[in-house]
Design a protein around this ligand. Structure first.
Ligand SMILES: Cc1cc2nc3c(=O)[nH]c(=O)nc-3n(C[C@H](O)[C@H](O)[C@H](O)COP(=O)(O)OP(=O)(O)OC[C@H]3O[C@@H](n4cnc5c(N)ncnc54)[C@H](O)[C@@H]3O)c2cc1C
Length: 423
């Protein structure tokens, strides 16, 4: 008997890579099911602006149904994938079990605390929208508490924020904290002018932004130091505690907030079959992004290790891999051979904040206002949703001219609202 049902492609993860694969398969001959534990897509590069009260969380998230509504052959299922059986070609969430003909694993990465004692328990990660909201809430709590504490050591401890990791995320968080704590908050809390928040950025390597050329690294170091951030390079964190942080040298830094940006590790749903592991938990794939043992399975984005290519784990790589995977799946459906993935690097940008950024486009290094402007322009263009883009642009214009952070800084409002909704 000849089956007339179209082949079923299941994609796990609606981040940059998975969503792009689903969109690129729109209108194809396959039935596509996209699964994610959230029913929204998060624009991760702007998470730090949610954590530092520039943007509201809903402005950097878009409902997945809305993003997919025009593709009739693509459906979305919300659920946490609890098991994948590659041999039986089966995916299981809490609610449903799906059989697939082809599978795309695009489950991204999570914060890696590198085995530092106490880091997982007491440091604040910044990987999901929930992380960003929780961090913002905690920062507000610290400032409100500090305003009421008379003991100067305890007040100082509440007013000290340590950022661990001097890569692009650590640098952008430190710069945004300067804008929040040194420029915006002193308007609402005038006593902060006498007693400013102490910002410390810790980097284990000898320089910040190791993936950028040397002059840009030293520019970033000097810029952050001028903005009042204490940058400590060649410094490792030994352990994190609820009230302080200990360095390898034995020095204790009393601080109520440790923000952990020092590394990520690939995320995979629980697999019933072992697969080849690469660096930082990534899955080793063929140049075409397929698994050697299972050519009907593709892995991409932060979860994949692609041979012979130097990839940095950024969104454009996941997006291009999504396009490549969809193209290869269409080829497989037509009985043709999948093609290898080749990354087209358009350049790298990192924002420092306070009207500064750095970047490298082709052979040209960029720094200062141009780097800052380009970073914002590129990220605005890639933010999903016209309405979100418009609100973000207006908010940026207003906050750059008034130096005010305009996102709601109301403690407890969201939690009491959601508690009411649950009743
Ligand atoms: C704070 C931060 C800032 C960044 N800034 C930039 C930047 O400025 N520019 C840039 O290019 N890159 C940036 N990156 C890197 C970029 O965000 C990642 O490279 C990109 O998100 C990887 O895309 P992905 O599709 O592999 O995974 P993700 O975008 O992480 O998506 C993975 C998806 O899988 C879902 N998922 C995972 N497990 C399951 C499961 N078991 N069941 C159901 N769903 C699941 C998750 O909910 C998520 O939606 C940043 C990363 C971070 C953390």
């Amino acid at each position: 008997m000849i089956s007339s049902a179209p082949p079923h492609i299941v994609i796990i993860g609606a981040g940059f890579g998975g969503l792009q694969t689903a969109i690129s398969l729109g209108g194809s001959a396959a039935q596509v099911t996209l699964i994610d534990r959230n029913n929204y897509h998060t624009f991760v590069p702007l998470l730090y602006q949610v954590a530092t009260a520039t943007l509201e969380p809903e402005w950097i998230a878009l409902p997945i149904h809305k993003l997919l509504h025009r593709y009739k052959n693509v459906q979305f299922v919300q659920g946490n994938v609890e098991a994948v059986d590659l041999a039986a070609r089966r995916v299981q969430t809490e609610q449903v079990t799906l059989q697939y003909d082809y599978l795309v694993l695009a489950t991204g990465s999570q914060t890696h605390f590198q085995g530092v004692p106490g880091a997982k328990e007491y440091a604040w990660p910044l990987r999901t929208l929930e992380d960003a909201i929780a961090l913002k809430h905690h920062l507000l709590q610290c400032i409100e508490q500090a305003a009421q504490i008379s003991d100067s050591d305890q007040r100082r401890q509440r007013l000290t924020i340590t950022v661990v990791g001097g890569g692009a995320t650590g640098v952008e968080v430190a710069g945004a904290l300067v804008e929040l704590c040194h420029q915006s908050w002193p308007k609402a809390y005038p006593w902060l002018r006498r007693e400013p928040v102490q910002l410390i950025l810790i980097q284990s390597g000898p320089e910040l932004l190791p993936e950028f050329p040397h002059p840009l690294r030293s520019y970033t170091y000097k810029k952050l130091a001028r903005l009042g951030v204490q940058v400590q390079v060649k410094t490792k964190v030994a352990s994190v505690h609820p009230t302080d942080l200990e360095l390898d040298s034995g020095v204790l830094i009393p601080c109520a907030t440790t923000i952990w940006t020092a590394g990520v590790q690939a995320t995979h749903p629980p697999m019933q079959t072992a697969f080849p592991q690469g660096n930082r938990g990534k899955c080793s794939v063929l140049p075409s992004l397929q698994l050697q043992q299972y050519p009907e399975v593709y892995v991409l984005g932060d979860a994949a290790q692609v041979p012979d290519q130097t990839l940095a784990g950024v969104a454009p790589e996941a997006l291009q891999q999504g396009v490549c995977t969809a193209r290869n799946l269409r080829r497989q459906l037509q009985g043709r051979t999948p093609q290898p993935f080749r990354y087209f690097n358009k350049g790298r940008l990192a924002i420092i904040g306070c009207f500064s950024g750095v970047g490298k486009i082709g052979p040209f290094p960029i720094r200062g206002f141009l780097g800052w402007f380009l970073w914002l322009a590129v990220h605005l263009v890639y933010t999903p949703g016209y309405r979100n883009r418009f609100i973000i642009l207006m908010t940026w214009l207003q906050s750059f001219t008034t130096k005010d952070k305009l996102a709601q800084q109301l403690l407890g409002l969201r939690s009491s609202l959601s508690a009411k909704l649950k009743v």
